[in-house]
Design a protein around this ligand. Sequence first.
Ligand SMILES: O=C(O)CCC(=O)N[C@@H](CCC(=O)O)C(=O)O
Ligand SMILES: [Zn+2]
Length: 337
Amino acid sequence: MIVNDDFLAHTLRYPEQSDVLDFAFPSGRARVEGAGILSLEPEVKRSNVSLVLSVGIHGNETGPIELANGIVKSILAGDLVLGVRLLFIIGNPRAAIQAQRFCDVNLNRLFCGSWQSQQGYEAQRAQQLESSVKAFFDAPEAVASQKFHYDLHTAIRGSVHEKFAVHPFVPEEIYQQCQLAFLAACGIEAVLFSHQPTTTFSYHSFALHNAQAFTIELGKVRAFGENDLSSFVRMERALTELLVAGELIQDSLSDLSLYKVVDSLTKDHESYQLNIADNLENFTPFKQGFCLAESLVQRYLVEQTGDAIVFPNSKLPVGQRAGLVVRAKPMSAFNFQ
Ligand SMILES: O=C(O)CCC(=O)N[C@@H](CCC(=O)O)C(=O)O
Ligand SMILES: [Zn+2]
């Protein structure tokens, strides 16, 4: 089996690959650790960054897969010189082939060991991804480097802010200004600050590996070949600069909209429903007292005018997250270092 420069094509061709494959590329050495998992070690010594770049954790979120695969292709072909350590992950190859969000269960709820109480393809996949990330961040080469994980997604709905990021829950509430300035340079318009730990992939890398880690939403879900790659140019430029020069390019924070997550909605009963239109956009605000969700168990009333919903979804099993309620905050409400 030979890996050519197109790792996406390789992954879709061999979605069940379990063999490890080592090969050289013009600026370093590569290892396919399993289906959709490619680690790249640059030739340059003392790389100052170890970056996990994951895409397609949800199989049908193809825009980020095409974007990141294009950059990795340029590195493998020798058109870009890799300057940092990279673990490139195409998260859910089986679901990507089926053009589905997932096969058995939502992969992005199975990290931090949650896969242990689940069965099926995604449970096995979460275990495999956790161990690849651990090996990557625990490697001796990572010791002196900064650890980053950017987990790229696209949203099911349209959004008032087309591109936005989810910041992991940080108990001490002190945030890294240079990461937010990097997100701004990537073309991110809004950041949500989580209010509690989760079992998402990015939270896992933050909590277990002390990485600066974010879920990044780059627009709306579209099929392979239907993405407008020109909408990713700022993200592409910022990632390329990071991969080649090890630099987080910076943009002013002044255009970023900041939100605190105030509640996580949970589907608490089969009768659970969200009282919103199917085409309502993420970040649409509500009036105080609006009954946003209800079931035979309870009702959720909006606490404050302006509170908005992100990721609303009630077509999921009881017990799962049905959306995040967020509240806009001024920059002065946050502490940065
Ligand atoms: O649009 C949606 O409803 C889902 C888009 C998506 O997959 N978002 C991530 C966010 C993860 C996080 O909260 O950090 C997810 O739901 O897994
Ligand atoms: Zn997703």
